[in-house]
Design a protein around this ligand. Structure first.
Ligand SMILES: [Zn+2]
Length: 415
């Protein structure tokens, strides 16, 4: 009878089209840990140590890579993910109520907070969201999305930012992360746009933003709770040994081969592979391990000296759409089909679009690189637009067309 029951469960698992969590961090993390060269930090001597139990603030930049409109996820979807991180890493998640009584004492408020960056490299003001068109339909977990030259977007300085790339991924991968101490150009986490945040076009089992909570745990040095080996170690004392990963939504207790008592696996830990609905806690041991990376001399210490979430520190205008591309970049052109007719300019900035309604009612704004607004207007129905700049001194200016998600920004040189 037991065998038949087991067989039915197996068949259900095999044939019901229910997605398992698929985290590709194992190989990636191993590579990063082997390549344990410290991230070079020229200002190391000025860095401070952590203060016990201080709230550690992590500035975030989200690189959205899209080929289709659905992949160009909304600002609201991105904000919903930041909100999840700020609940899960502060134990403010409502489903912490579901932690079994046996594990409640081990659940920890990690006292880690996340904010979207307000200052981009170069001092530009930013929303902390970078949108970029790509020709890649779906990325493999091979870091291509981290390089403009490979259809992705370059990382921002990983000493100051947590880079999150959101894109379409191949082979049902929901995400992966680099461990502390790897290549600075690849440092960060990658998340499928179908598992990011709590709203939008999400896969049924992954609608609570826990893929990102899990991957950021890897970025902060945590291993999978089963130690990536049968009854392996995750180097944390208060997570029970566990035979293997758990998928879906087990019921408590789930006792496995190496369980030390009847409480069994901590399958509701964020570092297992259960569904979003069923994971709800980090332990004190995991908290201590993550926070130790911020201590003076350790691999995430520079984040303590990052103030890029303070918008008042921006020293330049809005961030151009792609700072790595040429002025008047192709990515922006492909988005709205806007063409700057000549650049540098003398008397006026002239730009055109194929369809007269394309830019109708869109806002246009011209800024100095210091962020001072010089001109603002709403565009009329036309294929050609012009802004007079003959009265302005020579120099670099920032032209912003559109607003919110639909924004393109150009650097314009006035002679
Ligand atoms: Zn993982």
């Amino acid at each position: 009878m037991k065998f038949i029951f087991g067989l039915i469960i197996f068949l259900l698992n095999a044939f019901v089209l229910k997605a398992q969590r698929f985290c590709a961090t194992v190989e990636q993390g191993t590579v990063a840990l082997q390549n344990n060269n410290r991230i070079f930090n020229p200002t190391e001597n000025t860095l401070r140590d952590t203060v016990p139990n201080e709230i550690i603030n992590i500035p975030v930049v989200v690189h959205v890579l899209y080929k289709t409109a659905a992949q160009n996820i909304s600002d609201e979807q991105i904000l919903s993910q930041i909100a999840v991180l700020n609940k899960d890493y502060r134990m403010l998640n409502i489903d912490a109520l579901n932690i079994p009584a046996a594990f409640k004492d081990r659940a920890a408020d990690c006292r880690i907070n996340f904010c979207l960056a307000k200052v981009a490299p170069g001092g530009y003001s930013t929303s902390g969201i970078v949108r970029k068109y790509t020709n890649t339909a779906a990325f493999p977990a091979n870091d291509d999305m981290k390089f403009s030259s490979k259809g992705g977007a370059n990382a921002w300085d990983s000493r100051q930012y947590l880079n999150i790339w959101v894109c379409a991924m191949q082979s049902r991968v929901l995400g992966y992360a680099t461990a502390p101490g790897g290549d600075a150009l690849k440092d960060g986490v990658v998340i499928s746009y179908t598992a990011f945040g709590t709203i939008g076009n999400l896969q049924a089992e992954f609608t609570k933003g826990r893929t990102t909570t899990h991957e950021v745990g890897h970025w902060l040095g945590l291993k999978h709770i089963w130690g990536d080996a049968n009854c392996g170690s995750d180097d944390v004392d208060d997570t029970p040994p566990q035979y293997y990963r758990n998928f879906y939504c087990p019921s408590f207790p789930r006792v496995s081969l190496c369980s030390v008592d009847g409480n069994g696996d901590m399958f509701m830990n964020f570092m297992d592979l259960t569904d979003d609905d069923c994971m709800n806690m980090f332990t004190h041991g995991q908290k201590n391990k993550m926070r130790a990376f911020f201590a003076k001399g350790n691999l995430r210490n520079s984040i303590l000296n990052s103030y890029v979430c303070d918008g008042s520190l921006a020293t330049a205008g809005p961030l151009p759409a792609d700072t790595t591309g040429p002025v008047n970049n192709a990515a922006s052109e492909s988005k709205f089909k806007i063409k700057i007719l000549s650049n540098p300019v003398s008397n006026s900035i002239d730009f055109s679009t194929d369809d007269a309604t394309n830019l109708q009612n869109k806002e246009v704004a011209l800024y100095t690189v210091q962020g001072k607004l010089l001109h603002k207007d709403v565009l009329k129905k036309s294929t050609h637009h012009s802004i007079t700049v003959s009265h302005l001194p020579a120099g670099l200016y920032i032209l912003q067309i559109g607003s919110g998600k639909e924004t393109v920004v150009f650097k314009v040189v006035k002679l």
